[in-house]
Design a protein around this ligand. Structure first.
Ligand code: MTE
Ligand code: MO
Length: 200
């Protein structure tokens, strides 16, 4: 008797193609990918700053950051190593909130982190409800391995742009390649265009 696939439930790779970019597969787990050790620093030494091409520096302590308005977001994320995770649930502060009232001529930003990791993005990709500083995942405080206490979340670009242990944004007039962007990854990283590496 032939067994119809329809009786066996939906397979992982039957995920709707409009949600899984080319060359990606859907992962059920949440892999950890870090270029170095997980930094663990006391929260009273943590701050978040917006620097660079701004009138004066903007800075939040952990308590001040926690007092900002938060958003719950459910998004699909896509790692350049080819796993995608659908419907990941986060809580975070919109980057729009951090940049509210910031007057800048900068068109780009470099996110910087504890541990020295950096990644670059056009400011346009951080604003307009497209990016968050996330501090919770799946209803729990963000795991240190996944970037806790807080990480950048930019789901519409490959996940290396979502800088873990983020400590700030430096606004820049030009697009300055970050850690992976200096090491072969694409300057922009649109998963729908498969912009994985230089030249893609
Ligand atoms: N600070 C920092 N952020 C980082 C990285 C890193 O090595 N250091 N790796 C990036 C890469 S390549 C990916 S795919 C994701 C992985 O996030 P995860 O470990 O939570 O899955 O974090 C990104 N952000
Ligand atoms: Mo990655």
């Amino acid at each position: 008797m032939p067994i119809s696939r329809g009786f066996r439930g939906r397979r992982r790779d039957d995920a709707p193609s409009d949600r899984v970019p080319p060359g990606q597969y859907v992962a059920d787990d949440f892999p950890v990918l870090s270029a170095g050790p997980t930094p663990r620093n006391p929260l009273d030494e943590w701050d978040l700053t917006v620097t660079g091409e701004v009138d004066g520096l903007k800075r939040w302590t952990w308590d001040e950051f926690c007092a900002l308005p938060t958003e719950s977001v459910t998004v699909d994320i896509h790692c350049v190593t080819k796993w995608s995770k659908l419907d990941s649930q986060w809580e975070g502060v919109s980057v729009d909130t951090l940049l509210d009232g910031v007057d800048t001529s900068a068109e780009y930003a470099v996110a910087f982190c504890d541990g020295g990791y950096t990644t670059n993005l056009p400011l346009e990709d951080l604003t307009g409800g497209k990016a968050w500083i996330a501090f919770a995942y799946d209803g729990e405080p963000l795991d240190p391995e996944h970037g806790g206490p807080a990480r950048l979340l930019v789901p519409h670009l490959y996940f290396w742009k979502s800088a873990k242990w983020v400590r700030g944004l430096r606004l820049t007039p030009t697009d300055e390649p970050g850690f992976w962007e200096q090491n072969g990854y694409h300057i922009y990283g649109d998963p729908w265009k498969e912009q994985r590496y230089w030249g893609d």
